[in-house]
Design a protein around this ligand. Structure first.
Ligand code: PLP
Length: 389
C-alpha cells in the first residue's frame, strides 16, 4: 500500500516530458483547444469525452487529478466536480428517472437529504430513509422500483456505519446502483469500491484538498459510469472543476498521507484523553472499543478519521457556550479536513433547550487538524475549566 501510494501521489498521470520537464503540472488555463485542420477538428468532436476540446468536458490539468483520484480509490476512472454537493446530485441524477425510488441511509449529509426530499420529487423520483446499522433490516426497505442505494459510512456527525460489503452484494444481485460518501474516511481510511460499491463519492473540500481554500467534489467508478456522468450531468449541468481548482487540489494531494496520518493520530490521542474526562457524557467515535459497531469499523476501515463528536455533561446551552467560546484553537466553522482544528457546536441550531432537533444541544463535533496534540489538549482543558467557572 505505502509504495503504491507514493506512486499515485507523485507519479500517476504526470507527463513531465510533455510539460517542458516542469516538476509541477501546468495549469491549462484555457477554455478551448484549437485544431490545425477540419479533419483534426472533426476527430476531436468524436472524442470530446476523452480528449481536450473544451474545458467543460476534458481539461489536461483536471485529467491529471482524475487519474490520481481513480488510483486512490482503486477504480477505473474518476470525475472532479465543483463541489461535493454537485458530485452527490450528478451521481444520483445519472441513475434515476420518473417513477424510480432511492433508498437512503438515515440522516445523510444535509444536501443529499435536500436533493431527495425537495428536489427530485419534482421529477417524480421517490425516496425513503432507513436506519442502516443492521443491513438486513435496512435492505427490507428495498422496493421493486429502487434504483439507487445511497450510503454515507461513517456519517460525518454521528459516525454511524453501514456494512458496505453486505449491502453492495445484495444490490448487485438486483441491479441496484450503490453510492457511498467516503469523505470521512478519505481514500486512505476506507476503500468502498473494493467492497463492491459502484460509485464512491468525496467532498474534496475536506481531506483531499486539505487547505480550506477550495470547494470541490469527486466521483470514482467504472469507466462506463464515469463516462455516462461526464457526457450527461457533468457537461449538461456544468458543475465542472476549473483547471486552477484542480491544480490547487493536486498540490494539496501531495501531502494527503502526512496530513491524514497526523489528523487521525491526534484524533486518537485526544479520544483517549477525552474519555477520561468527567465533563464528557458520551463520545461518538467509530474506533471507540465501546462503540457497538466497533468490529465493523475495524473490519471495514483501515484506520479512524480525524473527527469525533462529544456530548458534554452540561446543565444548559449557556454552559455549552462558555466552553465553546473559550476554545482558542478549535475555530467555530462548518466543514473540516483542512489544517485547522474546528468545532461545530450543535447548540448553534438551538435558540432554547426546548427546541426540536435530531441532535442534542450538548453535542459538539470536533475536527482535529495539524496543530500539536498537546496544544489542542491544553486548549480543551482550559475551556473545561471556564465552563464551570
Ligand atoms: C462537506 C460534505 C459534503 C458536501 O461537500 P461540499 O464540497 O461542501 O459540497 C458531502 N458529504 C460530506 C460527508 C461532507 O462532509
Amino acid at each position: 500500500m505505502k509504495k503504491n501510494l507514493s506512486a499515485i501521489l507523485f507519479q500517476t498521470g504526470e507527463h513531465h516530458d510533455e510539460w517542458y520537464n516542469a516538476v509541477s503540472p501546468p495549469i491549462y488555463q484555457t477554455s478551448n483547444f484549437c485544431f490545425p485542420t477540419v479533419d483534426a477538428f472533426r476527430k476531436a468532436f468524436q472524442k470530446e469525452h476523452e480528449e481536450p476540446l473544451y474545458t467543460r468536458g476534458v481539461n489536461p490539468t483536471v485529467s491529471v487529478l482524475r487519474q490520481k483520484l481513480a488510483a486512490l480509490e482503486g477504480t477505473e476512472d474518476a470525475l472532479v466536480l465543483s463541489s461535493g454537493a454537485a458530485a452527490i446530485s450528478a451521481a444520483v441524477m445519472n441513475q434515476v428517472k420518473q417513477g424510480d425510488h432511492v433508498l437512503c441511509v438515515a440522516h445523510p449529509y444535509s444536501w443529499a437529504h435536500y436533493l431527495l426530499t425537495s428536489y427530485l420529487p419534482r421529477f417524480g423520483v421517490e425516496h425513503s430513509f432507513a436506519d442502516a446499522r443492521d443491513a438486513d433490516t435496512f435492505l427490507q426497505e428495498v422496493k421493486p422500483n429502487t434504483k439507487v442505494i445511497y450510503l454515507e459510512s461513517p456519517n460525518s456527525i454521528s459516525f454511524v456505519l453501514q456494512d458496505l460489503q453486505k449491502i453492495a452484494a445484495f444490490a448487485k444481485e438486483r441491479g441496484i446502483i450503490t453510492i457511498c460518501d467516503n469523505s470521512y474516511a478519505s481514500p486512505l481510511g476506507q476503500s468502498p469500491a473494493a467492497l463492491g460499491i459502484d460509485l464512491v463519492l468525496h467532498s474534496a473540500t475536506k481531506y483531499l484538498n486539505g487547505h480550506s481554500d477550495t470547494v470541490a467534489g469527486v466521483l470514482c467508478g467504472s469507466k462506463k459510469m464515469i463516462r455516462s456522468i461526464l457526457a450527461s450531468e457533468y457537461m449538461t449541468l456544468g458543475a465542472i472543476c476549473s483547471p486552477l481548482e484542480a491544480w490547487l487540489i493536486l498540490r494539496g494531494l501531495r501531502t494527503l498521507e502526512v496530513r491524514v496520518e497526523r489528523s487521525t493520530q491526534t484524533c486518537m490521542k485526544l479520544f483517549e484523553w477525552l474519555r477520561t474526562r468527567p465533563e464528557i457524557k458520551k463520545i461518538h467515535f467509530p474506533h471507540d472499543p465501546q462503540n457497538p459497531q466497533y468490529d465493523l469499523a475495524m473490519r471495514q476501515m483501515h484506520h479512524n478519521g480525524g473527527l469525533l463528536t462529544v456530548e458534554l455533561d452540561a446543565k444548559s446551552i449557556s454552559e455549552m457556550e462558555k466552553f465553546c467560546n473559550a476554545l482558542r484553537y478549535f475555530r467555530m466553522a462548518v466543514s473540516w479536513g483542512g489544517y485547522e482544528s474546528l468545532q461545530l457546536p450543535v447548540c448553534t441550531f438551538y435558540l432554547s433547550e426546548s427546541d426540536q432537533h435530531h441532535l442534542p444541544w450538548n453535542m459538539i463535533r470536533f475536527y482535529f487538524g495539524l496543530e500539536d496534540a498537546d496544544v489542542l489538549r491544553e486548549d480543551l482543558e482550559s475551556a473545561f475549566a471556564r465552563m464551570k467557572a
